[in-house]
Design a protein around this ligand. Structure first.
Ligand code: G4P
Length: 536
């Protein structure tokens, strides 16, 4: 496996481009219970990044009841360990960006996917493609993120292998290339055949750290398991080489084809193959789109964008950490960076790296890395940092909320404080806030109801602001824009009480229901109604 550092990238000369070329920044997408947590643990073990017991405990706690979860979330017992995990393996630096398990926080997940260059799609071998996997896959596809597939739980009863591949191809319109092939299934799962190099890797002993276990010939399998039909396996493999598309790096990088690995995260089997595949095939940090130009990762000047904000990571300090993905160049501790939105410089005096359970000060970081930048509210989601250039990275999205509520303050004297607090919460991406232009109390919008619980708990704990949420007359929000400023102004004037400002002051049309939205849209010539907004 020692060749993986250089295999997929062209040889590079400068130390900066060498550093960039050895980075792989990725996320895992899956439906709950498919095995993301287990696989994450095993990947981290490869990099020697975790103390397994601690991680498992955190996972157990997270499974507790909702109120416990809230408490833990507030105390940041789990988020610290799960935001970004960096580990090194075979000369490569892997940045694994974790995404919240609960679908109520899917907005956070979508934003995190803007910061990765590839994704691993974990599928439960008994269940195939499930709803959440499909949704997350679609987000990846929008951004042409290449996907590597890991079909997990092969040690349990599973569906027919060809059927699983067929399902991926049909439901996701994605070609598949099996890189390994399961030998036996469920209780009779013996291991995998290496489709590229030949030979069978056996499950027994599969816990070996490198996953490089005994390679044996198929014909020699007969004596190992009475239920194994060697002839059938040979037929399957013949069909694989005949019917499956050969692996093509370009098709994979463009998001049209996925290499597929089979294994069992629980048994630490197949994880080494997957990691090797990630190292070999997944792209090094890709060029990023800004409003003015494409920014190449190996450009010497540092640039980065903020895709996530985490508050109260340390309960003793009211600190906020902005997670920034470096898009180009090198970040050195103590350097000054320009926050393009305000035009002001800020000193990056203590950027941080995150490991599974720890964080440490980063002396330097390179394009592809994710650093945490402590701040007291200066940075918000979508912000761009540069060494002076006025560019803004595009593509960190906001999504129209699924639920809209009016915030009711129990103590009317605290209206100003609430306004500030809501501004902070929306800049952090906890909820979206819409301020009706007619002066009515603020509306908050969320994708999932748990976001409202978090908002309520945080307003209470951090700002001593007890609030209630009321059903509002509005249910839908759409950003409105037009190429013709006059048309937009006229639309806004005509819809007075249905217009609100979002966190950036951009106009949003609030509608009572789909019917009313459709009715208004039909009559609003020249106005674009959008349910996604790229944060600027
Ligand atoms: P998630 O993060 O995607 O939600 O999944 P997670 O890793 O928590 O795994 C969900 C369940 O599936 C866990 O069992 C886990 O042990 C099991 N699992 C994961 N990978 C494999 C595998 O390769 N084979 C088998 N047989 N099981 C696997 P649980 O009983 O729900 O939780 P726990 O009590 O084991 O923690």
């Amino acid at each position: 496996m020692s060749d993986i550092a250089v295999s997929a990238e062209s040889p590079s000369r400068s130390p900066l481009s060498d550093e960039v070329a050895r980075r792989r920044t990725f996320a895992i997408i899956s439906h709950p219970d498919a095995g993301k947590t287990t696989l994450t643990e095993k990947l981290l073990l490869f990099g020697g990044a975790i103390n397994l017991a601690g991680q498992v405990k955190a996972k157990g706690e997270r499974r507790n009841t909702r109120s416990d979860w809230m408490k833990i979330e507030r105390e940041r017992g789990i988020s610290v360990v799960t935001s970004v995990m960096t580990f090194e393996f075979e000369g490569l630096v892997f940045n694994l960006l974790d995404t919240p398990g609960h679908e109520d926080f899917s907005e956070d997940t979508y934003r995190t996917l803007t910061a990765v260059d590839s994704a691993v799609m974990v599928i439960d071998a008994a269940k195939g493609i499930e709803a959440r996997t499909r949704k997350l896959f679609e987000v990846c596809r929008l951004r042409d993120i290449p996907i590597i597939t890991f079909i997990n739980k092969m040690d349990r009863e599973s569906r027919d292998t060809f059927e699983l591949l067929d399902e991926i191809e049909k439901t996701l319109a994605l070609d598949t290339t099996p890189m390994t092939w399961p030998v036996g299934r469920g209780r009779d799962f013996l291991g995998t055949y290496d489709v590229v190099n030949g030979g069978v890797r056996l499950l027994e002993g599969g816990g070996a750290k490198t996953g490089a276990t005994e390679q044996i010939d198929i014909a020699d399998l007969a004596g190992r398991n009475a239920n194994l039909d060697v002839a059938e396996i040979k037929d399957e493999l013949a069909l694989v080489s005949e019917a499956c598309k050969p692996f093509e790096l370009e098709a994979f990088r463009e998001g049209h084809l996925t290499p597929v690995y089979f294994g069992s995260a629980l048994r630490n089997f197949g994880v080494g193959d997957l990691l090797e595949g990630l190292g070999k095939f997944a792209p090094a940090p890709r060029a990023q789109d800004s409003n003015l130009r494409k920014v190449e990762a190996a450009e010497p000047r540092m640039s980065a964008f903020v895709f996530k904000i985490q508050a109260n990571m340390d309960p003793n300090h009211r600190d906020r950490i902005a997670f920034a993905r470096l898009c180009s160049g090198k970040l050195s501790r103590g350097m000054k960076a320009k926050l393009v939105r305000t035009g002001k410089n800020m000193s990056l005096s203590s950027p941080q790296f995150f490991f599974a359970q720890d964080r440490s000060v980063a002396d330097e970081a390179f394009a592809g890395d994710v650093v945490g930048i402590p701040n007291h509210g200066t940075l918000r989601i979508g912000d761009t940092l540069t060494e002076g250039e006025d560019i803004t990275f595009v593509g960190v999205p906001s999504f129209a909320p699924e639920i809209v509520r009016r915030v009711r303050l129990t103590d009317a004297m605290k209206a100003k404080k609430l306004k500030e607090a809501l501004q902070q919460m929306s800049e952090e991406g906890v909820v979206q806030v819409f301020r009706p232009r007619d002066g009515a109390p603020a509306l908050v919008g969320v994708v999932g109801p748990l976001q409202l619980d978090v908002l309520k708990a945080r307003l209470d704990a951090e700002y001593s602001l007890p609030v209630e949420f009321e059903v509002s007359e509005f249910q839908l929000a759409r950003w409105v824009s037009s190429d013709d400023r006059k048309k937009l102004d006229a639309f806004i004037a005509a819809n007075g009480s249905g217009i609100a400002d979002d966190v950036d002051g951009d106009p949003v049309f609030m509608a009572k229901n789909e019917f009313y939205l459709g009715y208004t849209r039909e009559r609003a010539e020249g106005i674009t109604f959008s349910n996604v907004k790229d944060v600027k």
